[in-house]
Design a protein around this ligand. Sequence first.
Ligand SMILES: Cc1cc2nc3c(=O)[nH]c(=O)nc-3n(C[C@H](O)[C@H](O)[C@H](O)COP(=O)(O)OP(=O)(O)OC[C@H]3O[C@@H](n4cnc5c(N)ncnc54)[C@H](O)[C@@H]3O)c2cc1C
Length: 424
Amino acid sequence: MSTEDSPRPDVLVVGGGIGGLSTALALTRQGLRVRLYEQAAEFGEVGAGLQLAPNCTRVLDDHGLLDEAVALGVLPERMVMKDALNAEELTHLDLEDLEHRYGSPYLVIHRSDLHGIFLRACRRSGVDLINGARCTAYENTVGGARVTFADGTADEAEVVIAADGLHSTARPLLVADEPVNSAYVSYRGTVSFDQVRAHAVHEKDVVVYVGPRCHFVQYPLRGGEMFNQVAVFESPRALAGEEDWGTPDELDRAFEGTCAQIRQGLPLMWRDRRWRMYDRDPIPNWVTGRIALLGDAAHPPLQYMAQGAVMAIEDGWVLAEHVRAGRPRRTGHSSGVDWAAALAAYEAVRAEHCRRVVLTAREWGGLWHVEGTRRLQRNALLRSRDPYDYGFTDWVYGPTALTPDRLPDLYPAVSLDSVRLPVS
Ligand SMILES: Cc1cc2nc3c(=O)[nH]c(=O)nc-3n(C[C@H](O)[C@H](O)[C@H](O)COP(=O)(O)OP(=O)(O)OC[C@H]3O[C@@H](n4cnc5c(N)ncnc54)[C@H](O)[C@@H]3O)c2cc1C
């Protein structure tokens, strides 16, 4: 790994996932010189789907990347929630109306397509992209920060952004915490649409089947040529404290008794890979000196709100907007950015927004996975919902706040206990 020929960067980004790449792009668009380090030998993402709500597509548009993303993805017509046991439709969002409300579409896209869009944009805008570099330590220096790599080399810049994911090496500088094990695990499976054409699938919708301790997600990808499925369940072995949990036999058992639509989809899941689901408790501080956490390193969520990658993309955009607000004027080696102000402004608004999302995602997942009487109360509550009531989405799908005073009110709290079931 040689950086000798490149000019000294203003910013180092560690992590070439969606968070790191989108942040490198956002900062480069503000005239900064950015170098990004990724530990993997090649840049890439898993070949599964990703949902991008309007609070993300708005940012993609600002980056000039929305048309390309729409061309590679699908704009679904509805987001439908169904009961996983009997396939009854419980509620839906009309995504065309949603686009009118929020001024930006709801998009589903192949992860590697989105990752590729950011990677190409970073290359075009001159981000210095370096692979095969595993960062082992971060430290503040006088007027900047330094990262050290597994091969013993080091690099330094005015600021270091740690976008190094759930197991971030930088996070222990801010908090001595551990990922929280939800005991849930995800299986994915992206297949050609031809493989599901004969199944009872919705070609143009995002469908979530919610069931006792499990759920199943389906949506089209790549202009409808591909079909994405995600199966999520609580692992009894994880609850029993066993090491080998979330195995394929548990997958099959978890979905016994679910509707035909799910059972048709299960054989198409990839069985050689699984994603155990961890989040972390929210923390208020993401910045120490000139080192800042971003994306999953700062706020890994459970994926129930489909906002993990979205939040990471928003993080980078918000930081870049605060860099712009400081009107950098380059003088010699200095970028001219008032980093203390920009990082403080970033942390002030993003930590609170992401705290809300991480905690709401836990609650939302809890509501999906209830059983018995709670399931009937949940279903009654969702059936009674007006599909055009946006009280539960305004706080997250609306414009990304740049300052804490612009954070919208949270959604109204509803208790399942308040739902009265008819006496049979
Ligand atoms: C099943 C599932 C479905 C999901 N669905 C959605 C969805 O629909 N919408 C949504 O918005 N989010 C979704 N998410 C969440 C989303 O995938 C993550 O929140 C997002 O990918 C986080 O991006 P990131 O760049 O912060 O972290 P990561 O993707 O984890 O990237 C971190 C990068 O840093 C690199 N790295 C790590 N350590 C080092 C090191 N020491 N040195 C150098 N490089 C390092 C890694 O190799 C990696 O490339 C889902 C998650 C799961 C599991």
